[in-house]
Design a protein around this ligand. Structure first.
Ligand code: R1P
Ligand code: URA
Length: 402
């Protein structure tokens, strides 16, 4: 069942725009020449001195511990942050631009202070400040489940106590009532969709075996054939040992407290009619595993969306990270509360795509609801898995928001 919370008052869009102007984001230069005299800037023929193409000799820390690499300062390998720089309440967003935009919603820093910004060598941006007085971090997570894995695990490693993580992304709306521009909340959790390469491997090996034996192919659709006419493995399944081309993981739940708070806050911001709660699906591709079709590749996904909806009637959103977030939260021994919410950018049932100029306002609306939720959700100072000795040491940490 799709559910929608009661309508409450929305913050006027104009107020958000004013706030954004007052507290403009600090934009990092795209590529700044290093001040370290040991560094050198390499400018290739097509480059200009203002936009060097590569910088060599900068940021070469020594990492210890192959199991979980950190540098001498305790900075994580991919996100490049250390204890004290990340708040227990995290808003995870896809793009760097969205992180910068939503940082304009944070409280203005105290006189003489700035928001904490760190861009890692891998391009993850962390911005830490306060929202309504409470420390929060906004982290640009980029795309896909492996990147969400970095964000959750490396932030968990540098934060003490219980954490709350909300993902604010964009997604495809799978079925009505979800429509373009709505905020789709994964209150029912998320399934995961993975393309299974073994399906094609088995098809290929069976096909070559049949050729060797001088038999005809069983279904006329060898591994390199056209995708046309194939549902989620219906015609090919028998030929690939009964395997399906797309493996679908069972639902992983979202945190119920976050689900209730987020739906309430989202309805306050955009109105209940624009908020839809349901099940999310995270895919390992924007294309094949989300049922997008084409002729360049043999994807065998024409029936995928229909099968997903038949199996999961509450499915509303399709994107690429929430499943990983919820799965890790579920396995965090109670130390992470998590949920995902997405702006519906595409209607998969009508093939419509949101006018991109409308996205910023929707990101601000979703970001406002997510930040309000993050600062309202109760967190234990001590994560269940953290030893008491760690808490005793807490005073030694210098927090960037102090
Ligand atoms: C694909 O275009 C990207 O957009 C969605 C998907 O999950 C994927 O990351 O989310 P973001 O807008 O947060 O990146
Ligand atoms: N992001 C996705 O992953 N899928 C969509 O359809 C839209 C945005």
């Amino acid at each position: 069942m799709l559910t929608a919370p009661a309508r409450t008052s929305a913050r006027p869009a104009g107020a958000n725009a004013d706030l954004a102007k007052r507290n403009a984001p600090v934009l990092m230069p795209a590529c700044k020449a290093p001040s370290d005299p040991r560094s050198s800037t390499v400018v290739r023929a097509q480059g200009t001195p203002e936009l060097p193409i590569a910088v060599i000799g900068r940021h070469k820390p020594t990492y210890k511990n192959a199991n979980f690499p950190t540098d001498a300062e305790g900075r994580t390998y991919h996100l490049g942050t250390k204890e004290g720089e990340v708040a227990p309440r995290i808003l995870s967003v896809g793009s760097v631009g969205r992180a910068q935009l939503l940082s304009t919603l944070l409280d203005p820093p105290a006189a003489g202070k700035t928001l904490f910004h760190r861009t890692s060598s891998r391009g993850f941006l962390t911005i830490t400040g306060r929202y309504e007085g409470e420390p929060v971090s906004i982290v640009s997570t980029h795309m896909g489940m492996p990147n969400m894995d970095f964000v959750v695990r490396e932030n968990r490693a540098v934060v003490r106590g219980q954490m709350a993580i909300i993902r604010l992304g964009t997604c495809g709306a799978v079925q009505r009532p979800a429509k373009l521009g709505d905020l789709l909340i994964a209150s029912h959790g998320s399934i995961g969709i993975r393309r299974d390469p073994d399906y094609w491997t088995l098809l290929d090996s069976e096909s070559s075996l049949e050729h060797t034996n001088g038999h005809k192919q069983s279904n006329g659709s060898g591994g390199n054939g056209s995708a046309n006419g194939h549902a989620n493995g219906h015609s090919g399944a028998a030929a690939a040992g009964g395997r399906k081309p797309y493996a679908v993981a069972l639902p992983v739940p979202a945190d119920p407290q976050l689900a209730a708070l987020l739906s309430e806050e989202a309805a306050r911001v955009v109105g209940a009619a624009r908020v839809v709660q349901g099940l999310n699906a995270s895919a390992d591709s924007f294309y094949s595993s989300q049922g997008r079709t084409g002729t360049d590749f043999d994807d065998r996904n024409e029936g995928l969306l229909g099968e997903l909806v038949a199996e999961h009637p509450d499915l509303v959103s399709l994107e690429m990270e929430t499943f990983q977030l919820l799965d890790l939260a579920r396995c965090s021994r109670g130390s992470i509360k998590a949920i995902g919410m997405c702006v519906a950018l595409a209607e998969r049932y009508s093939n419509a795509f949101l006018e991109y100029s409308k996205l910023e306002e929707l990101e601000i609306a979703g970001g406002t609801a997510a930040l309000r939720t993050l600062v309202r959700v109760p967190l234990d100072r001590q994560a269940p898995a953290v030893a008491t000795a760690d808490i005793a040491e807490e005073r030694a940490v210098q927090y960037v928001w102090d």
